[in-house]
Design a protein around this ligand. Structure first.
Ligand SMILES: [Fe+2]
Length: 284
């Protein structure tokens, strides 16, 4: 088994290719499409790098695995599906996210049910086979209702649920987010053997000029600034709630969620041939 990481500087996001060495089959985890909110332009540089890597290494990609509906960048799942013979899977919690945000964007008549938008909605403990690898789905809600982690042979991809120890955890104040739920999800991850490698989705602070994407259960239990083994549920909820009260929503939360609940579909062309992003006024 091999893990290859890719980093998007604009959104500070790590994407991964998880490879089964025995069969050369692979899965892509949390791919990014770059969107510029000032110009309305997007590019596929990150996704194309992944495609090139897959082609150069004679890999056969079978899945895009999403850890959740991202609120700070566009997923490249739709673009990759148009280029590769793949399926896209995400946690079944996405059903309530799609219906919640379809109301906010008033797109109920234009959007299908989540079961139709995505190829597969994963449930707790479901096994996804990539060649000889058995990837286990672990529900880890709290940051969003759709958050899941993917565990395989001593490593786990946790999305935003945990960051590097010096950065703490994801926020828990999005609709459907909950700090108590996030604490319980993280404790599930941190009860794995201490050598278990944790691959994260974002790394914001740079350590020694370099972004990092992997820690271990042991490192997190010892050093995570918000949820190490000495932090109680009530302490965590207090810390997380205080932090969340001081941070702004992601700059492209509305464009991102709007596109990501459609599996990366950038929308329908209007009569002039252009596509548009909706931004609600006083949405909540
Ligand atoms: Fe996120």
């Amino acid at each position: 088994m091999k893990v290859k990481s890719f980093y998007d500087e604009i959104s500070s996001t790590f994407s991964y290719v998880l490879i089964d060495d025995d069969t050369s089959k692979c899965a892509i985890i949390d791919p990014v499409l770059e969107y510029n909110q000032y110009t309305g332009n997007y590019s596929t540089v990150n996704a194309d790098k992944i495609i090139t890597y897959i082609n150069n290494n004679n890999l056969k990609c079978e899945w895009v695995l999403e850890t959740h509906i991202h609120a700070d960048h566009f997923t490249a799942a739709g673009y990759l599906k148009s280029k590769l013979d793949i399926k896209v899977g995400i946690g079944e919690g996405v059903k309530s996210i799609v219906s919640y945000w379809a109301n906010i964007f008033n797109i109920n008549n234009d959007i299908q049910k989540a079961e139709k938008i995505f190829d597969k909605l994963f449930c707790e403990e479901e096994i996804i086979k990539i060649g000889n690898l058995n990837i286990k789905v672990i529900n880890t809600p709290g940051h969003t209702l759709s958050c899941i982690s993917y565990y395989v042979e001593g490593i786990i991809f946790v999305g935003d649920t945990l960051f590097m120890p010096n950065a703490g955890t994801a926020r828990a104040d999005f609709p459907g987010g909950n700090a108590t739920t996030l604490f319980k999800s993280i404790k599930k991850i941190l009860s794995l053997p201490s050598k278990t490698k944790i691959y994260i989705c974002h790394d914001y602070p740079k350590i020694l000029g370099k972004h990092k994407c992997v820690s271990t259960v042991g490192m997190q239990n010892k050093n995570n600034i918000l949820i190490n083994s000495n932090v109680s549920l009530s302490q965590f909820v207090k810390l997380r709630t205080l932090r969340d009260s001081k941070i702004e929503p992601p700059k492209i939360i509305y464009p991102s969620i709007q596109v990501n609940i459609r599996n990366g579909d950038l929308g329908k062309q209007e009569s002039n041939g252009k596509k548009y992003i909706k931004v609600p006024i006083q949405p909540l």
